[in-house]
Design a protein around this ligand. Sequence first.
Ligand SMILES: NC(=O)c1ccc[n+]([C@@H]2O[C@H](COP(=O)([O-])OP(=O)(O)OC[C@H]3O[C@@H](n4cnc5c(N)ncnc54)[C@H](OP(=O)(O)O)[C@@H]3O)[C@@H](O)[C@H]2O)c1
Length: 248
Amino acid sequence: MIAIVTGATGDIGEEFVKSLLAETDQVWAVGRSENKLTSLKEKYGYKIVPVRVDLSDRDNIFSFCEKIESEKPEIRYLVNNAGVAKMKPVSDFTLEEISDMLDINDKAATLICRACIPYMVKGSYILNVASASAFQPNPYIALYSASKAYLLSFTRSLNVENENITCTAVCPGWVDTQMLPKKRDGKDIRYPGMTPASKVVEVALKDCHKGKDVSVCSFYFRYMRFLSKVTPHSIAMKMWVKAIRQYI
Ligand SMILES: NC(=O)c1ccc[n+]([C@@H]2O[C@H](COP(=O)([O-])OP(=O)(O)OC[C@H]3O[C@@H](n4cnc5c(N)ncnc54)[C@H](OP(=O)(O)O)[C@@H]3O)[C@@H](O)[C@H]2O)c1
């Protein structure tokens, strides 16, 4: 019985790898950097199976899906965790940056779910790492936020379609990882309610075992989710832009 974790070389990904090693015979650690994958195997041992895949590359994604189809592993956990984020207006993105972000954050996760589902037995789990930014539109991280809204919506539907598999959208707020820049123009950036990666993973695994289709790891961001449901999004967007104005 195996677990597949994409973005295994990142901070949240490594926490998933660590936790799932105890519950499975192998963890397929998916990443694009050979060196980082080798270090992961050296650190966690023989149960780690490094799989090099660039999730922005169509051929790479399809080859990985074909590998799953040919090896037919019994998959207990699939964690689509790889993701990229950039904070800037859409008009400042190159076409390639947009295409890569949507491929990594949405297309790869969707195709990998499709490839894995036939090999997931009753009682298995799909965790798709979305974000609290999925709860409302967020100008200046519009693409990231919209890509995570896709993942949230997709995961909740998948959970209904597949009775034997619990599908959970993991929606943390700010997490203390290398993804977040810590300074801008020499000034410290403040991230309200920031959580450690270990906490996100601990709560995500508890929530999926309870059968929840959405996991939000802190009270602060559960409250933000509630606010985003009861506040008109035109107002919520104004509040968001006001909060981040100093960093734009
Ligand atoms: N940090 C936050 O505040 C936060 C909040 C909410 C949600 N999230 C989500 O949490 C997930 C993990 O992020 P993190 O914070 O742990 O950041 P991270 O440490 O930067 O990890 C990102 C992971 O994605 C991988 N990745 C990026 N581009 C890839 C590509 N083209 N092909 C294959 N893998 C690729 C990275 O691989 P490399 O090591 O090769 O770069 C890395 O393993 C992401 O989906 C992110 O959107 C993060």
